[in-house]
Design a protein. Structure first.
Length: 367
């Protein structure tokens, strides 16, 4: 059994306000880069989920003893999820530098005379149960430092998705999200970026990404992606961007990663094509998809299915990150003796996606 051993090795755990899942991720982070190595979602115990939703929706003064008890109870669930993730992912526990826990938000009032933010999930209990270094209570710490405590996600988005030489819009799907204001601001920024790039005699790659994280259906993703593309091309035309000299780098239309009824390959392919046909001009030369958290096989299968269906003028190809790198990272495991295996894994995935870009891939080629 091979174990992963590396420096700058972290685990993060997160539960959102919808309390739909416990998301755990393994990351490599240093000053230059942030790489997602693995991620998994665990089902929330229904009884615990109902308790959290009940206390979160109660606008009355919260009972401190009730919150404290719930925080301790949730901590044990966090610890179980972390232990299960480490075991199932075959991670060397000694290699983990720290675990970051956002906690479950119960109340967030940063604009009060006495600002406060309550997140439950007792970090001390998690530390004791897992034997790991735990870093938690981010929102309260930010408020004490003079901040608003939230949203913290843009800090991650900037580090994980941001690039010095490009502009990228990252859109979340959730209750009342994305808002029209968020879509408008982000799509206009992308159009401004595209115009600046063309003014400097270069070809812009415009990246409107609707994240697949969450518990939304493929229809929800279709709607959000449609709204983004509609706004994007409206702004591109308004600002005089030459569509013939632009590359689109969008997400595919998929189910949310935590949605119970996942769309099959054919549905993802057809809904993505339908969405693009409705809002993307025919004279756009090419579309290079983001993998956006899909598995390596799913990202390849979806691209292949779209090219097999056909009926569009654009060239459909790939600009994958995780879906190309993940197999290589798994083969490598931080060990120099695995370098050849990692190179072979990367070459294989590149070849599979090349074939998918031509509609010539088949699952039998993966054996």
């Amino acid at each position: 059994m091979h174990l992963k051993t590396m420096k700058n090795h972290f685990i993060g755990i997160m539960t959102g306000t919808s309390v739909d899942a416990i998301d755990v991720a393994e990351l490599f982070i240093n000053k230059e880069e942030c790489k997602l190595l693995n991620a998994q979602s665990f089902q929330f115990p229904e009884k615990m989920r109902n308790k959290i939703l009940e206390i979160s929706r109660n606008k009355a003064v919260h009972d401190n003893s009730q919150i404290s008890s719930l925080s301790d109870e949730l901590a044990y669930i966090y610890a179980e999820s972390i232990d299960a993730f480490i075991y199932q992912s075959n991670i060397d526990r000694e290699s983990i530098n720290a675990v970051g826990i956002h906690g479950q938000t119960i109340s967030h009032k940063p604009d009060e005379i006495n600002p406060s933010s309550i997140q439950i999930g007792n970090g001390e209990i998690v530390a004791k149960e897992t034997g790991l270094i735990i870093v938690s209570d981010f929102r309260s710490a930010d408020i004490l430092a003079g901040g608003q405590g939230a949203p913290l996600a843009p800090l991650f988005h900037n580090r994980f998705f941001g690039k010095k030489d490009t502009t990228r819009a990252v859109i979340n799907i959730g209750e009342d999200m994305p808002s029209s204001e968020a879509i408008s601001a982000n799509m206009e920024a992308l159009a401004d970026y595209a115009k600046i790039v063309q003014n400097n005699n270069m070809v812009p790659m415009v990246e409107p990404e609707v994240l697949m994280d969450g518990n939304h259906s493929i229809d929800d993703c279709f709607e959000a992606t449609s709204r983004c593309l509609d706004a994007l091309f409206t702004y591109l035309l308004e600002k005089g961007v030459d569509i013939k000299g632009t590359i689109l780098k969008p997400n595919m239309v998929t189910s949310g990663s935590n949605y119970s009824d996942q769309a099959d390959v054919e549905e993802v392919a057809r809904k993505t094509i339908d969405c693009l046909k409705a809002y993307v001009p025919d004279d756009l030369p090419g579309i290079t998809f983001l993998s956006g958290g899909q598995s390596d096989i799913d990202a390849t299968a979806h691209l292949d299915a779209m090219n097999k269906i056909g009926g569009f003028n654009w060239k459909l190809s790939f600009s994958y990150g995780r879906a190309l790198q993940q197999p290589a990272l798994k083969a490598w495991m931080g060990k120099i003796e695995n370098s050849t295996l990692a190179q072979q894994a990367l070459s294989h995935r590149a070849l599979m996606n090349k074939l998918a870009s031509e509609g010539k891939w088949d699952i039998s080629l993966e054996n």
